[in-house]
Design a protein around this ligand. Structure first.
Ligand code: GLY
Length: 324
């Protein structure tokens, strides 16, 4: 026999169920149940990040704590050249960082154009928890971090400096453009069924000094609505901002799309806007709904993401996830 709960759930996830949902109003979304925690993050450096997040989720901790702890792994890893310490600098040789975090109650915090702080995600969390604001940028963000006990460090590694110098010799100060940019975006659901997410990056390499991407912008690189789902983004931030990527995906999930279909619809919006001129653009989206179902989609085929749960610890490639 179909129970009311089962009926609501299957209806919610059928595309085109919007009029029905509107009649029922949102409490219908609360009827799903999640029994297992789960964490997802972009790219293969998401594997060690997920492992760290999992320790907290498995112990019954909060998704918010898990995503912060998780993304701190690539932030502190000098081998990851697109996040935190070891990140490639802007065209003037400055490593400038963007990060944001969001919890299950629409609380959110972010930092943009921050220099010299190893863990911008933790500064973003403090902005969320200790200020009446959502975003701090540049010198103000640095001042806030220093006042709260963070220490200023040189994040430009000798390897990153060498690459930047080589670039300056070959390129006429023209910002580098390539299909990929490897931000870490992490989204998780905890044992209590609550969602959270975190994003952190050093941004596009050799960008204009002062350029801010999608990563600190709530609704672009990250959005969480605990009644529907969470989504995150990686890739060329300008394209993600243009469509309010993560918010778009969460709204689509709230209106009955599966996570994978919502990600695909967002990618299709970008492709349409760019009039199919997408050869040099990579954008990847990752989404998780209230029921622990997840999916992803990207413009280019080389996008991959990491998933960790009681039953999985994998990297999924586009061929694995397109129709999940
Ligand atoms: N998605 C990262 C950036 O564009 O900076």
């Amino acid at each position: 026999m179909t129970t009311r709960r089962g009926f609501l759930r299957s209806t919610v996830f059928a595309a085109g169920a919007l009029p029905f949902i509107n009649r029922l109003r949102l409490p219908g979304f609360r009827s799903g149940s999640v029994t297992k925690p789960l964490v997802l993050s972009t790219w293969n450096f998401g594997m060690p990040a997920n492992k760290e997040a999992w320790k907290i989720l498995d112990a019954g901790g909060k998704a918010l704590d898990a995503v912060e702890a998780g993304v701190k792994i690539p932030e502190g890893d000098p081998k990851v050249t697109s996040v935190g310490y070891g990140g490639l600098p802007d065209r003037d040789g400055h490593v400038t960082l963007d990060a944001c975090i969001m919890d299950e109650d629409f609380n959110c915090g972010s930092v943009a154009f921050l220099e010299g702080i190893m863990h911008p995600i933790s500064v973003a969390r403090l902005v969320m928890e200790k200020t009446p604001h959502i975003m701090l940028a540049g010198d103000g963000a640095l001042q806030f971090a220093l006042q709260n006990g963070f220490k200023k460090e040189n994040l430009l590694t000798p390897e990153a400096e060498k690459k930047w110098k080589e670039w300056t010799e070959k390129n006429n100060y023209i910002p580098y453009e390539k299909t990929n940019h490897d931000t870490i975006g992490m989204i998780a659901i905890d044992k209590a069924g609550n969602l959270s997410g975190a994003v952190t990056t050093s941004g596009l390499k050799y960008k204009y000094h002062g350029r801010v991407g999608d990563s600190p912008i709530i609704g672009a690189a990250l959005y969480v609505n605990n009644d529907a789902g969470a989504a995150t983004a990686t890739g060329v931030g300008e394209e993600v901002i243009r469509i309010c990527g993560a918010h778009t995906i969460v709204e689509l999930m709230a209106n009955g799309y599966s996570p994978a279909d919502a990600c695909k619809a967002a990618v299709e919006r970008i492709i349409k806007i760019k009039k199919d001129n997408i050869k040099d653009i990579q954008v990847g989206f990752l989404a998780l709904n209230k029921y622990g179902e997840y999916g992803a989609y990207a413009i280019q085929n080389d996008f991959e993401y990491a998933v960790y749960s009681e039953t999985e610890n994998n990297i999924l490639k586009k061929s694995d996830y397109s129709f999940r």
